[in-house]
Design a protein around this ligand. Structure first.
Ligand SMILES: *Cc1c(COP(=O)(O)O)cnc(C)c1O
Length: 382
């Protein structure tokens, strides 16, 4: 089934005001998400926070089924976390490294993750890119065979490039080598099919506000059932663990060990609604529509003199990066904003493992609710 563009635009109040091509930053939420969050905040204000949670218990619990359903997981493998970085941290900082054990990642690794590797002082080897810019699977295989790899940690889609990493192949190699696989799926959940069984990752983090169109300040962690017990959360509270006073505590057996008791409850409800909304539209239909828009934008950009498209990868997602001769990315963003078109700048300092990332680029990230007129509007700015 195809996306009914008129309908999804009607259900996205922000479409009446802006051409929002910054979905890799934070997408416009659809009405059901806005209403669910507002309804819960209202209920908290009128009846009390604890009482509101009791009343909306079903919607809070629905979050786990909605997210699990979207990525092919079980509900007890999902933790609600305040953003993707903290979700990723709860997994990464819980992994015990023996002396000398290594992490393998890619050139496009997200900067916060790279900072965490440094903080923990683990050895990181950056697997080179293949000719198309995605991870070179032969090089990964060679590194895995060299031994000593505890963790392979990479993104499905990087934060500022259209490329899509071949994650199912990575998963297959990791399983064969007995290495843990932590997938940063921030830019793929909500825009591409993400099935943890097919991918074969052990851990996966994602955020609410990007392609999932959920509220800001929300995210989640998936942890496969049989790795959960070996990955101890770096922080525990009285919901993640039971206190047997005074000396003992017992950590929850399921993924909620990575949660905190206190949380943005309205956000959890809203994120569940966003996951259900994506599932209802159909991920394949979403992917197909994004591909039409992103391909069109790339083709139009590439046909213009002085414009360079920077996306790599054979398979490309909704993130379109480019530069324009004689104009800085910041100038383009400002000119676009003046016409109510939202795009943003991606700075090279976010890509410290990539020897080729030297210049800032404009990042235009399309979603299925964008339309051709909005793409034209961006092009007219150039
Ligand atoms: C946005 C992003 C993150 C961080 O997500 P937050 O929710 O802001 O913590 C991590 N990795 C990638 C690839 C991202 O694009």
């Amino acid at each position: 089934m195809e996306i009914d563009v008129a309908k999804v635009r009607h259900e996205t109040p922000g479409c009446a005001r802006v051409a929002h091509l910054n979905n890799a930053g934070a997408a416009l939420p659809p009405s059901p998400v806005i209403e669910a969050v507002a309804q819960h905040l209202e209920l908290e204000a009128m009846t009390g926070g604890y009482e509101a949670a009791e009343e909306n218990q079903a919607a809070i619990e629905r979050f786990y089924d909605a997210v699990a359903g979207l990525i092919g997981a079980r509900r007890d493998e999902i933790a609600y976390v305040e953003n993707a970085t903290r979700a990723w941290d709860m997994a990464f900082y819980g992994i015990r490294f023996a002396p000398g054990e290594r992490v393998l990642t890619t050139t496009s690794e997200y900067s916060s993750n790279a900072i965490a590797y440094r903080q923990r002082g683990v050895r990181v080897d950056v697997v080179p890119d293949g000719p198309d810019g995605t991870i070179d699977l032969d090089a990964l295989d060679t590194e895995l065979r060299r031994g000593g790899v505890r963790l392979v940690s990479l993104n499905h889609v990087p934060t500022s490039n259209g490329l899509v990493n071949p994650v199912a192949d990575v998963g297959r190699l990791c399983r064969a080598a007995g290495a843990l696989f932590l997938l940063d799926a921030c830019q793929s959940v909500g825009q591409l099919p993400v099935d943890v069984g097919e991918i074969g990752c052990d851990l996966l983090s994602s955020t609410g506000r990007k392609y999932l169109r959920g509220p800001r300040g929300t995210g989640f962690l998936y942890a496969r059932r049989d790795v959960l017990s070996e990955i101890e959360p770096p922080f525990l509270d009285n919901a993640a663990a039971d206190w047997h006073a005074p000396d003992r505590y017992e950590i929850r057996p399921d993924a909620r060990r990575y949660e905190t008791w206190e949380r943005y409850v309205a956000g959890q409800i809203g994120l569940g609604v966003a996951a259900d909304y994506a599932t209802r539209l159909g991920i394949d239909a979403i992917t197909a529509r994004i591909d039409v828009l992103a391909s069109r934008l790339r083709a139009e950009l590439a046909s213009r003199p002085g414009v360079t498209v920077h996306d790599r990868g054979v398979l490309r997602a909704g993130i379109v990066t480019f530069t324009v001769d004689g104009r800085t990315p910041a100038e383009i963003v400002k000119a676009a904003r003046a016409r109510d078109v939202n795009v943003n700048v991606s700075e090279p300092r976010g890509h410290g493992y990539d020897p080729d990332a030297e210049e800032a680029v404009v990042r235009a990230s399309v979603h299925y609710y964008n339309d051709e007129e909005e793409i034209e509007r961006l092009l007219s700015v150039l």
